[in-house]
Design a protein around this ligand. Sequence first.
Ligand code: TRP
Length: 367
Amino acid sequence: MKKIILTGDRPTGRLHIGHYVGSLKNRVEIQNKGQCDEMYIMIADAQALTDNADNPEKIRENIMEVALDYLSVGLDPSRVTIFIQSHVSALTELTFYYSNLVTVSRLQRNPTVKNEIKLRNFEANIPVGFFTYPISQAADITAFKANIVPVGEDQLPMIEQAREIVHAFNRVYKKDVLVKPEAVLPETEAALRLPGTDGNAKMSKSLGNCIYLADPKEEVERKIMGMYTDPDHIHVSDPGKVENNTVFTYLDAFSTEKDFQKFLPEYKNLDELKNHYRRGGVGDVKIKKFLLNIMEEILTPIRERRKYYEARIDEVYSILEEGSKHASEVANKTLQEVKEAMKINYFEDRELLETYRQKYAGNKEEN
Ligand code: TRP
C-alpha cells in the first residue's frame, strides 16, 4: 500500500523547538529517507480561525511565519506539498457531508475539544465551527487518502474520530472510498511533551518560556541559562535531582551520544552524566552550556535557511500557491469520488440521467 502522510499546524504563532523535536524533525527525516510516497503539510488557517474569528490578522501574519519555519527546518517543496487549508475548498465541502455522519454527543465526548473549550472559557458560547473542527480535520486527512498522520498526543482523539467517520462513510455509502488513518506519535516520552524553559508543562508565548526556531543565538543562550533546574542543587558538590529538572528533560529529548563525543567527551552518554549529577559534582552551568551547544548545532542551519528564504519571500509565496493548487487537485478528486458514492454527482452520472428519462418518458407534452 502507498504511504501517504498528511499533517499540519495551526498558524497561531511561530514554531518552537517543541514542534521541532515532537514533529518537524520527524517529517524531515521521512522526507530525506524517502520513507513515504506522498507527504502533505498543511497550514491549518481555517482551523485556526475557528477560535480566532475576530483576529484574522494574527492568522494571516503567522501563515508566513509557519511557512518560513517549515522551509527552514529543511522541508523541501520539491518533495512535499506545503499548502494552505483555506485554499483547498474541497475540504469545506467534505466537512459538510461528513457532518451528517457525526452526532453532537460524539463531538461532546471528544476529550481534546472538551479540554480546549475549558481552556478558552467557551463553555456557554462555543462557536459551532470550533465545536465541529474534528470533522473538518477528518476532511483534511481523508481528502488526501492519508494513512499516516504524525501528530502529538493531544491529537489522538481527532484521529480516532476521523477513523470513525471513514468507517461510517464507507458503510453508509457502500463503497471503500475513504482510507482509515493511523496516528504516529514521537518516539521518546520527552519529545512528546517538552515543557517550557521555566519548567511549566505548557509552552506559550505569553509565558515567554519557548525557544523559537527563529530565535537568535543570544536569545537562546539567555533562555537556556535561565532554565529551571533543581532548586536544592545550590553548590556544584551538592547532589542533584534529574527528575523534573528541565535541563535534563531537554537533554532527554535532544542529546545524542554524538553530542557527548563532540561537546562533553568526559561522559559517554546521558546516563553517565545523570549519575554524576545525582551524586554531586556537576554544576548547572556545565549542563546548560552542553544543552546550548546541542541547541545551536540544531538551530544554526535552521537559521541559515530561514535567512535564505526571508530574502526570497516571492519564492515562498509561490511555493504556497503551487502547493495549494496541487493539494486542491488531489482533494477535488476525492470529493468527486465522495459525491459519486453518495450519488450526488448529478452531471457526471449519465446513468442517472437515463433513469430520469425513463421515469418521465411516459408523460407526454400537452399541446
Ligand atoms: N489540530 C492540529 C493542531 O492543532 C492541526 C491540524 C489540522 C491537523 N488538521 C490536521 C493535524 C490534520 C493533522 C492532520 O496542531
